[in-house]
Design a protein around this ligand. Sequence first.
Ligand code: 0RA
Length: 637
Amino acid sequence: MNNKITGVYDEHQIQVLEGLEAVRKRPSMYIGSTGNRGLHHLVFEVVDNSIDEAMAGFCSLITVTINADKSVTVIDNGRGIPVKEHPQQKKSALEVVLTILHAGGKFGGEGYKVAGGLHGVGISVVNALSAWLEVEVKREGGRYEQRYERGIPVAPLQKKGKTDETGTKITFFPDEDIFEEISFDFQTLSQRLRELAFLNKGVEIVIEDNSQTETKKEVFKYEGGISSFISFLNKNKETYPNEPIDIEKEVENCWVEASLQYNTGYSETIYSYANNIRTTEGGTHESAFKSSLTRLVNDHARRLGILKENQENLSGEDVREGLTAIISVKILNPQFEGQTKTRLGNSEVRGIVDSILSDLLGAYFEQNPSITKKLCDKALQASRARDAARKARELTRRKNALEVSSLPGKLADCASKDPAESELFIVEGDSAGGSAKQGRDRHFQAILPLRGKIINVEKARLDKILANEEIRALITALGAGIGEDFNIQKLRYHRIIIMTDADVDGSHIRTLLLTFFFRYMEQLISLGNIYIAQPPLFKVTKSKKIHYLYREAELETLMSKIGRQGTSVQRYKGLGEMNPEQLWETTLNPESRTILRVDMQDPIVANDIFTLLMGEKVEPRRNFIEDNARKVRNLDI
Ligand code: 0RA
């Protein structure tokens, strides 16, 4: 008897149970959170394993399906997880991969040359956090199946038949005891899958959603890889050169790909990746890319006589004005550093990226003098504009030194000096501004009325932007600077609330403001400091009882409830029609108002939307607005 028990629960088994237990006890340590993000992380963890197969050259198709029962299936046509008995563990290699933390690709033949993985926690974590998981492997002529519940196998791996195919199919249902809500979002999944398809050229990634009444499907496959990504990011812009400049080379097991293209705009968009992971904090690959580009452009600007001997070098920012670029490296042992572990630390990467760029981009510049001249010219213009902007900025800064008196005249500031409790309402028009000033709680609510339309920052350089009165007032009121100088620590209000009329002009002003924040104070958006006020659309009065309605649809519902007789309906055409008390009650008072927080799920998508809405080309904008006219509530993010 005893022997039998120790036979089942040997040391490996105990190790497995302890491992699974640790994951189930502190899931956030492994997947970040048990909310929406963590839930989607499970899918990406499985997909990353399939991507690893693709990177190793064995997999060309990955299919992700959200099933009707809310489980998710990931299928790939890779080599299949090995099924033979693992020599030390005395069970199938597959079971080892699914039950032992970090077992991943660290065994089994050659393993991987390059391994990705979001945080590389392995599919055992997905297994541990799933109510059930079913795996099917096709490999070595056979088809094998196994089911797990809460990470523990229900039965040993079974052979189910013969097949010539190879691949892995994993279906899992996250544990409801661990996750707040089991609801996979097509959009969230497809954004990341599209990105993975760009980063792994030629790999076909299919996503299907069978969990809603309407099934959805998208197929991502880009033969051009990150070059297609650049075209995608620049799709509604005027660009040069016509096709992105592509660079690709492997040196000492470090695979480097870069793609870049300029557009006629003024903002800089650089995304860097290491082993398919977006390195938002940059790192050695990104800084080497930037410094090589700066050096090369300066060299050529001098050679072409665009920069004269007595002129200073162009700065990195000048050189990157209007640039869209992606740098992606795939390496053996990536070291991720920084607060969010998204900065690449490997020092050897710097020299490799630098020499590859010098060679290949250098050659491109030499072979394409007219393009090179064009981008040198643009960088020179940028540098002149930056000089002018610097002077303008120094003026605002010097004024700032004089403290309170430097605040814009039209700002009605709040009494509190504690940013955490302070709110700034940016209000369209003077009359609404007047009502807001009277209606607010002046202890913590400040009002900044906007007079004219603010400048469209997608169409102007920084010097022009800084010359705009409305923008200047906004920057000084917020107190945190702008662009590279932006310092969130100095922000004077933690809630910045955009309050515009519920009409076309109002939504235009709102988009202009959001575009400005996105381009020049991005942290305000990514950290969730920006809000949109929700003033009511209707005031309905019946026998002295007042109802404020915030949506068209609410009107019918209410009318059928209270009846039309003796009911008066007032449609608010603008904020200015509300008296101060009404404005307080409906829109300002934290106890009774609703405000929407602007959140930016995916900066790539956000970038796209702002370019589309505020950029140069008219046609795509019209199409977009027509396509989305009904969704406008969500469009504003
Ligand atoms: C361990 C070793 C090998 C492949 C895999 C795991 C593998 C895991 C997953 C997860 C999803 N799809 C997968 N495909 C493969 C190497 C196998 C070999 O050397 O043949």
